[in-house]
Design a protein around this ligand. Structure first.
Ligand code: NAP
Ligand code: MG
Length: 399
């Protein structure tokens, strides 16, 4: 059999621990035998981030800017314990944070559904993708405990030093709390562009929710920017693809989501997205089945698994125990990237391969060959628990 050719390389971003092992196995058993795999390789494993003083993370993000498509393995975000474990000279920032800042992207998270793992919400038959605006609001708030009687004011001073606004927030008669949050039109606009682009790219409707009835300036600005961009730039393309965009109040969105069949993108403000993505992923079954893609406002894509490096399994593996870590989200990160690369390069063979590999995964799991995390969730079948490598080999055989 001749291998599938590639014209443009994919940016390959390697990572840490259990997922680094899984990364190599996926390439060896599922990709390299079938594809003449072209990648530009960046090693974001913690030892190499230390060696390059994290320059490699910046380089990998710039490579995605240049080549358009990347795939990333989970990476360790260092904390005090990792500083000792890896003998680090600095507490490097989260690579995902660094890459997201460079690409100015929005993260979309979607579950992978199986026939025999039923979502808690029984009418959800298609995935629900959550887009979270990961900038500003309460995550960058300024807040105080107010000690006692006194007046809190909101003041804005223009660049030229002129006081433009001064408004009383509250006249305190007793102790309390006070918080100020902000956002920027440019960030909201980037968020909206990423959402519209991703909806078109995946052929799904887009919902956006906020609370503009209560927040008549702040949330209303989000609503207005989305609407203005939709009307000026995306409406025609949405109509052509038979897709819809609509805005609705967050309360109404929650009710609609629960009653829906799934199959759409739900764009959320920062806090709503944080909370709702955990609710949706739990209701769909398992973190190990969540995929994640970072989409920049100018249409660059980085695919990854939503879970981390699965440290506990890695330590067990290193002690010689054969672990049953679920490689699906990492495999689907690869298929997402390969399909997108194929689409951009008009490489039909590569797109078809991504479809076949995903089908081989789903067929293997639907037949009852599962990793341990899913075996307890599967209903109505006799599950066979496989180790990670056995599972990958089973998928390869089917492929
Ligand atoms: P984690 O790696 O997602 O794992 C947490 C737990 O979830 C695991 O112990 C396991 O539960 C279960 N799990 C996650 N993925 C699984 C899979 N593929 N198959 C089976 N079970 C899975 O989160 P963490 O332990 O909090 O973080 C570990 C490291 O990952 C940290 O250093 C963190 O910085 C990093 N991290 C990276 C990313 C990223 O790169 N995107 C995201 C999150 C965390 P059981 O132990 O019960 O089996
Ligand atoms: Mg959360």
């Amino acid at each position: 059999m001749s291998k599938i050719a590639m014209t443009t390389p994919i940016v390959e971003i390697d990572g840490d621990e259990m997922t680094r092992l899984i990364w190599a196995w996926i390439k060896e058993d599922l990709l390299v035998p079938f594809i003449d795999l072209k990648t530009e390789y960046y090693d974001l494993g913690l030892p190499n981030r230390e060696r390059t003083k994290d320059q490699v993370t910046i380089d990998s993000a710039n490579a995605i800017k240049r080549l358009g498509v990347g795939v990333k393995c989970a990476t360790i975000t260092p904390n005090a314990q990792r500083m000792t474990e890896y003998n680090l000279s600095q507490m490097y920032k989260s690579p995902n944070g660094t890459i997201r800042a460079i690409l100015d992207g929005t993260v979309f998270r979607a579950p992978i559904l199986l026939d025999n793992v039923k979502p808690v919400v029984k009418n959800w038959i298609k995935p629900i993708t959550i887009a979270r605006h990961a900038y500003g609001d309460v995550y960058k708030a300024t807040e105080y405990r107010v000690p006692g009687k006194g007046k809190a004011e909101l003041i804005f001073t223009s660049e030229s030093g002129e006081e433009t606004f001064r408004q009383t927030v509250y006249d305190y008669e007793c102790p309390g709390v006070l918080q100020a949050t902000f956002n920027k039109d440019s960030s909201i606009r980037s968020f909206a562009h990423s959402c519209f682009k991703y909806a078109l790219s995946t052929g799904q409707d887009l919902w956006f929710s906020a609370k503009d009835t209560i927040s008549k300036k702040y949330d209303m600005t989000f609503r207005d920017i989305f609407q203005e961009l939709f009307d000026s730039t995306y409406k025609e393309q949405f109509d052509k693809q038979g897709l819809t965009y609509f805005y609705t109040l967050i309360d109404d969105a929650v009710a609609r989501v629960i009653r829906s069949q799934g199959g759409f993108i739900w764009a959320c403000k920062n806090y709503d997205g944080d909370v709702m993505s955990d609710m949706v992923s739990t209701a769909f079954g398992s973190l190990a089945m969540m995929t994640s893609v970072l989409v920049s406002p100018d249409g660059k894509f980085e695919y990854e698994a939503a879970h981390g490096t699965v440290t506990k399994h890695y330590y067990r593996f290193m002690k010689g125990e054969d672990t049953s870590t679920n490689p699906i989200a990492t495999i689907f990160a690869w298929t997402g990237a390969l399909r997108k690369r194929g689409e951009l390069d008009k490489n039909r063979e590569l797109e078809a391969f991504a479809d076949r590999l995903e089908k081989a995964c789903l067929d293997t799991m639907n037949s009852g060959m599962l990793t341990k995390d899913l075996a307890s969730l599967a209903e109505g079948i006799q599950a066979t628990v496989l180790s990670t490598r056995e599972f990958i080999k089973a998928v390869a055989l089917r492929l």
